[in-house]
Design a protein around this ligand. Structure first.
Ligand SMILES: Nc1ncnc2c1ncn2[C@@H]1O[C@H](COP(=O)(O)OP(=O)(O)OP(=O)(O)O)[C@@H](O)[C@H]1O
Length: 336
């Protein structure tokens, strides 16, 4: 059951990276994340999607306080990150977790699986010794791994088993908030399905609130209630996942979904990619950052940045939102 009270909120969130210039190149500023507003209700499951480099990981790290924002505020359980004392940060660290793509990099090759899953419990003073080991073993069983895994080392496990270990370690503290950042992207399709099932089961069991960051639109449908589509640092469309998949209104979301033919097994569309690439410079200036790749762009798109405007429980940042008809959409796919 999803509560209406947000556990996590972001307002006007931004992160700038300054790139040092070379001999002939001036310093440049990259707006990796800009103007992000979002709310995650207790028990909410929000997917963040978009192409590589659009700022998804940076957003996840900002929300977890692992990177400092250049602008905006983040509130977890109504407390601003910027106002946290060291003790408040400690509590937040206990109550939040990040699960990343590469389990081998996340695990220590020299430590047994049992010791690694128990580690957060001892580090945060929750349990130690036999009690911590028992909780770790239970955590492993909950992600479908037998107690015999306790004594093994990461290299003795398959990729899917290692990712389960990473999830067990993230969940052993019963966190309230988890950011899954491309958490299943490196796994085989069948293992992906198992891990997605596991995430769903654990979410249900713990009443977790989470962000699920992915570039893979086939997967997010199975793990999220709402979706936010990012393009060059900004959210361009957001809303309930079923409604957005059924009727996307932003041309970028439409193109992303059109590029995933297997979303709808009845559709016999070829896999297509959106023409061109997202270039960071397109986000500078007054217009829409997507206009250079958009088959629907008009003069206004170059002169005026579309705001993220709400319509009911969804919102879109496009001057031509919702104008695209089914036949036009087919043509758009052919253009790309
Ligand atoms: N520490 C950093 N210093 C400089 N630029 C950075 C840094 N971290 C990220 N960036 C840049 O910020 C932009 C957003 O990166 P980010 O990793 O958040 O995107 P992403 O959508 O998660 O992409 P991917 O899926 O490829 O990880 C990219 O252009 C990236 O090169």
């Amino acid at each position: 059951m999803v509560s209406a009270v947000p556990i996590l909120e972001a307002r006007g969130l931004g992160r700038i990276f300054t790139r040092r210039g070379g001999l002939f190149a001036p310093r440049s500023v990259l707006r990796a994340v800009e103007g992000i507003d979002l709310e995650l209700p207790v028990g909410g499951r929000l997917a963040i999607v978009g192409e590589s480099g659009c700022g998804k990981s940076t957003l996840g790290r900002l929300l977890l306080g692992l990177a400092a924002p250049s602008a905006g505020t983040i509130l977890f359980e109504s407390m601003e990150h910027g106002h946290r004392s060291p003790a408040d940060w400690k509590r937040f660290r206990r109550e939040s977790a990040l699960v990343q793509q590469n389990p081998l990099a996340a695990l220590d090759p020299q430590m047994t699986i049992g010791a690694q899953v128990a580690e957060p419990l001892t580090v945060h003073g929750r349990a130690r010794g036999a009690a911590a080991r028992e909780m770790a073993e239970r955590g492993l069983v909950e992600v479908g791994l037998g107690p015999e895994m306790m004594a093994r080392f990461p290299h003795q496990l398959s990729g899917g088993q290692r990712q389960r270990v990473v999830i067990a370690r993230a969940l052993v503290m019963s966190p309230k908030l988890v950011v899954f950042d491309e958490a299943v992207s490196a796994l085989d399709v069948s293992v992906q399905a198992q891990v997605v099932g596991l995430i769903n089961a654990q979410q249900h069991r713990l009443g977790l609130s989470y962000l699920f960051i992915s570039h893979d639109l086939r997967i997010v449908r199975h793990v999220a209630d709402r979706i936010a589509v990012m393009y060059l640092g900004r959210i361009v469309e957001t809303g309930p996942i079923d409604a957005i998949y059924r009727a996307p209104t932003h041309p970028y979301t439409q193109a992303l979904l059109a590029a995933v033919p297997r979303l709808d097994p009845r559709a016999r569309r070829p896999a297509v990619t959106i023409r061109g690439e997202a270039t960071a410079s397109a986000a500078d200036g007054p217009g829409c950052a997507f206009r250079t790749r958009c088959a629907m762009a008009i003069a206004r798109c170059a002169s005026e940045r579309p705001e993220l405007l709400a319509l009911g429980d969804r919102a879109t940042a496009c001057h031509r939102a919702g104008e695209v008809s089914e036949p036009q959409r087919e043509r758009m796919e052919l253009v790309s």
